[in-house]
Each structure stands twice: as C-alpha cells, then as structure tokens.
Design a protein around this ligand. Structure first.
Ligand SMILES: Cc1ncc(COP(=O)(O)O)c(C=O)c1O
Length: 374
C-alpha cells in the first residue's frame, strides 16, 4: 500500500537517536519544563528567526494562547480562511471570539484584497493560514493590518521552514503558531506545538498563559523559579521534555527533508504539467515546503476510488470548508456566500502521497496510474 503519509522509514533511520534522547530525559529526573525544552526552544526560535519562542501542548493551544495574549475575547472578530484545518477556527471560538471568513486565491491562501470588506470595529486580528506549506502574501496582509490596528497571528502548522522573501514563516507577523502533530513537516511522535514572536510583552504574557497564569523566571543559576500564584487567568499547555528532546533531534534534518519534499513536488509537476490535473503554484517570493501536494480535478471522487483499487491512499485537505460545518454555521459573519473559490476547491482538491521517505518507485507508480485515470 502506498500511503499519503508514513513515518516508518524515517523512524528506522532515527530510531537510535530518538530512543537515546528519550532515555536521556527519563534518566534526568525532569519530565516537564526542563533543559530539553529550553534547548529546543532556543534552537527552533533561532531556526525561525525570531527573538522569542515557547513550546506548548499542540498547535490549537498555540493559536488560543496567541489570541488570549492579544487580549482577544468575547465580542471580537478574527479574520481567517474557511479552507483550513478545523483547529484554526476552534482556537478562535475557544478564545470567545467570532471567526470571519475571507475567500482564498489561486494559491489556496487568504486573498489580501478581500480583507477590507470584512474589517469592522469588532475586528481585532487576522490569522493567515500558510496552508499546504506555502506562505500567504504577508507584505499585503501586514500593511492592511497595520493600517487597521490589527494583530497578525500566523498559522504555521503546515509551513515549517517555508520562506517568504527569504524570511521563515512564523517570523512575518506579530506571532507565529506551529503544530508538531506527527504528520507535520516537523512532526513529533505525539502532540506538540510552538509559538514565536519578536514582541517581548506578548512573549511574557504567553509564557504565563501556557502555565496557568503563573510567572516562571529564569534565575542566574539557569534554573527556573516561580511561586505557585496565578497572576492572570491562563491554561495548561506544555511541550514535555520527551517531545522537546525528540524534536531537537528531528530539527537537525528538517532542511534536508524539505529538500526531499521539493524534489518529490518537482517530479509530480514535471509529470503532470501537460495534463488536465490542476497543480499547485509557488507564489512570487515564496519557497514552498510542500506539507502536502494538493492537486485539483473535476472528477476527484472517481479518481480517488480508482486509485484506492490500486492500493494508493489519498487524502482531501479539506473536503468540507469550516463555514458549512454545523458547530460553526452560526459563528460566521454575514456575506459567507462570497467564499466562491473555497466552495469550488473543496469539491475538486485532493492530496497525492508526499513525505520525505516516499520512494521514487512508489511515486512513479502513483504517477503512472493517475495519468492513466485522468
Ligand atoms: C492549519 C492548522 N492549524 C492548526 C492546527 C492545529 O494543530 P494541532 O493538531 O497540533 O492542535 C493544524 C493541525 O492539525 C493545522 O493543520
């Protein structure tokens, strides 16, 4: 069977290092908020290129904590896209705010031109989702946000290592939010998340919110200290030592994995460029990191059925836009009829197998069979 994503070959290569790093943590006597987290936070923050960074429990929490740190809550509106993973919107609603959707463009990304029509007195933030591994047009988004005094919280759950005019996603807005869910470009062996920022005040606040509203101060000895006293309302969202240690090892390989993903994307592109399959486009100034390779075709459902018969497993990201889902129907603002591209894409898009250890022979099999079908 050829899966759309698989980690087993990666694990064969990393096994010794992963098990050693887990063993080191277990022997250390510290399982949360210890040196493995400090070390990973420093390394991933440097990699993204911001001044500050903190590990959290998962990507949904990262977004929630970011929104709360910006003071967003009941009565506020947050603009994002409906062609995204549910958690982008879960976080907005958890924070007490109302999601407000704008349509996506030909890159499947938030279309900056449409922002103006959705901004009103209640709007407090924009969450551009760097979907599928490619950055939104952040110059335009930041310009509109600045003019309207809005926070920009990047949803980087799918865009680790992707760059926009040579700067990494997560360093382009006020706050960057990452997920280390296993399938992600940098994925753990369980849940994990991360937040990046250049803003000292937001960083301090997010550090408190992730730990029940308590202060944790680093002492000159390098140890953390703090009294068990909540100075504000927070939540509990920790990236534990085991996952921080595993991610530290995996981060060393991230750029080589992105190079492999780009190579796979190139072979798909070269193979299908003269067919009626719609292929992903890399926007100007962008280096796509291909979390998923999303294509589109009017006979999507038949294609998937046929490929399944050949033991090729495909995925749809996402078959239902959020604004039509029952729990979020009442949360959307008026004008959601205007999500024309979002609605159209949801019926046509599907993802081809994409992960660094996908074998060339497997990819060629997918290409051969898919070509025959279309
Ligand atoms: C676009 C997007 N945002 C947010 C998240 C949430 O991440 P997590 O699953 O770690 O909570 C995900 C991952 O599922 C995602 O794909």
């Amino acid at each position: 069977m050829i899966k759309v994503w698989d980690y087993k070959d990666e694990y064969k290569i990393l096994r010794k290092k992963v098990l050693k790093s887990v063993d080191d943590v277990f022997k250390s006597g510290t399982l949360v908020f210890g040196p493995a987290l400090d070390r990973f936070e420093k390394k991933f923050t440097n990699y993204i290129g911001t001044k500050f960074g903190l590990g959290v429990g998962n990507g949904t929490d990262a977004l929630y904590i970011a929104l709360k740190a910006c003071g967003i809550g009941y009565g506020d509106e947050v603009i994002t896209t409906s062609n995204t993973a549910v958690p982008t919107v879960t976080a907005i609603v958890n924070a007490g705010a109302k999601p407000c959707f704008v349509d996506v463009n030909e890159f499947y990304l938030l279309e900056p031109k449409l922002l103006k029509s959705k901004i009103n007195k209640k709007t407090k933030a924009i969450i551009p989702v760097h979907l599928y591994g490619q950055s939104c047009d952040m110059k335009k988004i930041n310009k509109i946000a600045k003019k309207n005094n809005l926070f920009v919280i990047e949803d980087c759950a799918q865009s680790h290592g992707a760059t926009y005019y040579n700067k990494r996603t997560g360093s382009l807005g006020d706050i960057g939010c990452f997920s280390f869910y296993p399938t992600k470009i940098l994925g753990g062996y369980g849940d994990g998340g991360f937040i990046t920022t250049n803003n000292n005040k937001l960083f301090d606040k997010m550090m408190r919110i992730r730990f029940l509203g308590m202060e944790r101060k680093k002492m000159s000895s390098g140890h953390w200290n703090g009294k068990y006293y909540a100075v504000e309302h927070g939540t509990n969202s920790r990236l534990d030592e085991v996952h921080a240690a595993i991610l530290y090892e995996k981060l060393k390989l991230l750029d080589s994995w992105i190079a492999k993903r780009r190579k796979i994307a190139k072979l798909y592109f070269d193979s299908f460029k003269n067919t009626n399959l719609e292929l992903p486009i890399e926007a100007k100034g962008n280096k796509h990191s291909y979390y998923v390779y999303v294509v589109a075709h009017e006979n999507r459902d038949e294609i998937i059925k046929e490929l399944t018969k050949h033991n090729i497993h495909l995925n749809i990201s996402y078959p239902w836009p959020i604004h039509i889902m029952e729990p979020y129907k009442d949360n959307v603002c008026k004008n959601c009829y205007c999500l024309e591209n979002t609605n159209r894409y949801s019926k046509r898009i599907f993802s081809l197998p994409m992960y660094p250890y996908l074998k060339v022979s497997e990819q060629k099999k997918v290409i051969r069979i898919l070509k025959k079908i279309i």
